[in-house]
Design a protein around this ligand. Structure first.
Ligand code: HEC
Length: 141
């Protein structure tokens, strides 16, 4: 009886080994490529996946950095009637309204114009938008 069981167990072992798929290295690589995720999440600050190596903890961007990234499209071309950086005449009547008003309009936008809240920069902090407003005003008087 024990002998029969041993033989049966041995047979099962052989069957199991036969059904296990042996892959060559290249087959394994091909399968891994086929089942690899479609996209990779590239987190801010992660330079290993082609994303910009901007450290998440780099602190607020300067007014110039924000301007170059988020405001320049309109404020260096005059698109939609945007006052251009460096255009003293265009900025004078705006500066006359006071910095509080300009900051407020930078943050909240001006309804009915191309000037959206934060100039459309959804990832800009209030502090960064204010810095960008200051940068434009300083460069336009
Ligand atoms: C899509 C175009 C566009 C972008 C992008 C944009 N602006 Fe403007 N902005 C305008 C226009 C148009 C006006 C003029 C609105 C008006 O008074 O008719 C304006 C006006 C302003 C004014 C003057 C407000 C006032 O009270 O006179 C400030 C300050 C300003 N923008 C800040 C910014 C800042 C800061 C950014 C970037 C974070 C930015 N804008 C991005 C179109 C834009």
């Amino acid at each position: 009886m024990l002998r029969t069981l041993t033989i049966i167990a041995a047979l099962f072992a052989v069957a199991a080994a036969a059904s296990a798929v042996e892959l060559t290295e290249s087959q394994r690589t091909a399968i891994e490529e086929r089942i690899a995720p479609m996209g990779e999440v590239c987190l801010q600050g992660d330079s290993s996946c082609g994303g910009p190596a901007v450290a998440a903890s780099s602190g607020p961007r300067s007014g110039k950095e924000v301007f170059d990234a988020a405001c320049m499209a309109c404020h260096s071309t005059g698109a939609g009637g945007a006052p251009i950086l460096g255009d003293v005449d265009a900025w004078a009547p705006r500066i006359a309204k006071g910095m509080d008003t300009l900051h407020k309009h930078g943050l909240e936008g001006i309804p009915g114009t191309g000037m959206m809240a934060k100039g459309g920069c959804v990832n800009c902090s209030d502090e960064e938008v204010i810095a960008a407003v200051d940068y434009m005003v300083e460069g336009s008087q």
